[in-house]
Design a protein around this ligand. Structure first.
Ligand SMILES: [Zn+2]
Length: 452
């Protein structure tokens, strides 16, 4: 366990451009790459309380609804256009849709739902209470333990730096570009031996959507399992060894660092932090920004919408960085886009009611991977075509890579299932460990099934 030495308390550090600039209270600023190694040995994990006023969700309720006809879908789509109502899922005829309603709108929305003959269930009476409980949990746990705690942006970066130092024979940590606000977008390449020739690549992308914290944990946990178990005995050892003997694994554990950092202020922030023409409505939905039927169904041209697709296809630096990185990796066999929540595995394409030419093959491989996932904790993930089991969504990263020659492309929607309870994006930290283990089991299954 790393604890903060009292002499270093009040220390503020910024990691960027490969060096660390450190300010100690009452002392001169030291720009010192050298100090990086010192810090990484007795790593200093900050307790990042922020000074910016936090958005309160007091009195906000989560209503779970089920649309049963096209008119009800139309109504929900209309509702989604407004900035006040936050949709946790895209309106669909086959899945429940959970919507977050501010206290000022509750009466009106409930009344109109009744008018539309759409039964609703209040699954969270006050989401601020849930957010506050999570804050307490995070404070009470080690700020660097990826298995029991969510790491905030600073600690997340620090963990990556530390891990790449201690496993320099297996990990290449690389900044593949800068976010809108100039933060690094990190890529972690895990290989059996960093000096080996390139193997076919498997890509795993996490935290494109800022509030989906569990996805970042799954990326970090998978890096942890691969590095600590490669070449060892036991079932995780066998799995890690096969995975790394067959493929190089590339993780983009935090595709949207600006948005993720902003979730300290607004826990339910989804987009990046681009300034839009309407300054009160910043952000682009990175998973609607890619050139895969960009501008089509399930995305919005409205800056204030949570599914705002951006000014043009691939306009966002975060999307551009990932596209360039995947191109550089060369022979990429799989692109797994990790999201939450709904317990689904989506098979391309999501952007329209057309299936990829090899859909049936991809569906079979996905079914087997989700069987492996279920065997760990009994959690069930539905596998299928986005527009059938969810709804069409254009501009997604996985569709972009599918269209550009990567064969095995999938979207995960992790725990919990929609309409199932109060947690949603605010998944209790006690579910980090089981989520990592079950998702990793499915990564192994993909590695096992996909030819090298
Ligand atoms: Zn998402």
């Amino acid at each position: 366990m790393h604890t903060i030495p009292t002499s270093l308390q009040g220390l503020r550090m910024e990691i960027g451009k490969g060096s660390v600039s450190i300010e100690l209270s009452g002392m001169a600023t030291v720009a010192a790459p050298m100090l990086l190694s010192i810090l990484l040995i007795g790593a200093v994990y900050a307790n990042p309380e922020n000074s910016q006023a936090r958005k309160s969700f007091k009195g906000y309720q989560v209503l779970s609804v089920r649309a049963e006809n096209e008119m009800q879908i139309e109504y929900l789509n209309l509702l989604q256009q407004g900035p006040e109502i936050d949709f946790f899922q895209i309106p669909s005829l086959v899945q429940r849709t959970d919507i977050l309603v501010p206290p000022t709108k509750l009466k009106e929305i409930k009344k109109s739902l009744r008018k539309m003959r759409m039964p609703y269930e209040v699954i969270n009476q006050d989401i601020e209470t849930t957010i506050e409980r999570e804050r307490q949990q995070i404070r009470g746990k080690a700020a660097n333990d990826i298995w029991t705690n969510y790491l905030m942006w600073e600690n997340f970066e620090l963990w990556l730096q530390e891990r790449s130092q201690s496993y320099s024979n297996m990990i290449q940590l690389k900044s593949i570009g800068k976010s809108r606000e100039g933060k690094d977008i990190w890529q972690v390449k895990v290989a059996a031996n960093a000096n080996d020739a390139k193997k076919p690549a498997m890509y795993v992308e996490c935290l494109a959507h800022a509030r989906e914290w569990i996805t970042g944990s799954v990326c970090l946990g998978s890096i942890d399992i691969l590095t600590t178990n490669y070449g060892k005995s036991g079932s995780l050892g066998d799995q890690a060894t096969l995975m790394l003997n067959k493929f190089d694994w590339y993780f983009i554990p935090m595709m949207n660092p600006d948005g993720y950092n902003f979730t300290k202020v607004n826990r339910l922030w989804r987009k990046n932090r681009k300034s839009n023409v309407v300054s009160s409505c910043p952000g682009v939905d990175l998973n609607r920004n890619f050139a895969a039927d960009w501008g089509g169904a399930g995305s919005s041209s409205n800056w204030c919408s949570d599914t705002y697709r951006g000014d043009s296809a691939n306009s966002e630096p975060e999307a551009q960085a990932v596209i360039a990185a995947v191109a550089e990796a060369g022979d990429v066999r799989s692109y797994l886009s990790i999201h939450s929540y709904s317990q689904l595995l989506l098979v391309p394409h999501a952007y329209a009611a057309i299936k990829a030419p090899d859909y049936n093959e991809l569906k079979n491989v996905g079914d087997i991977a989700m069987l492996a996932l279920r065997q760990v904790n009994g959690v069930n993930f539905q596998v299928g075509h986005g527009p059938e089991i969810l709804y069409a969504a254009s501009g997604g990263a996985f569709d972009y890579f599918k269209l550009n020659g990567v064969k095995y492309c999938y979207v995960y929607e992790l725990r919990p299932s929609s309409g199932s309870g109060t947690d949603g994006f605010i998944l209790p930290a006690s579910q980090i460990d089981p989520s990592i283990r079950e998702t990793f089991a499915s990564f192994f299954s993909f590695a096992d099934q996909i030819p090298a």
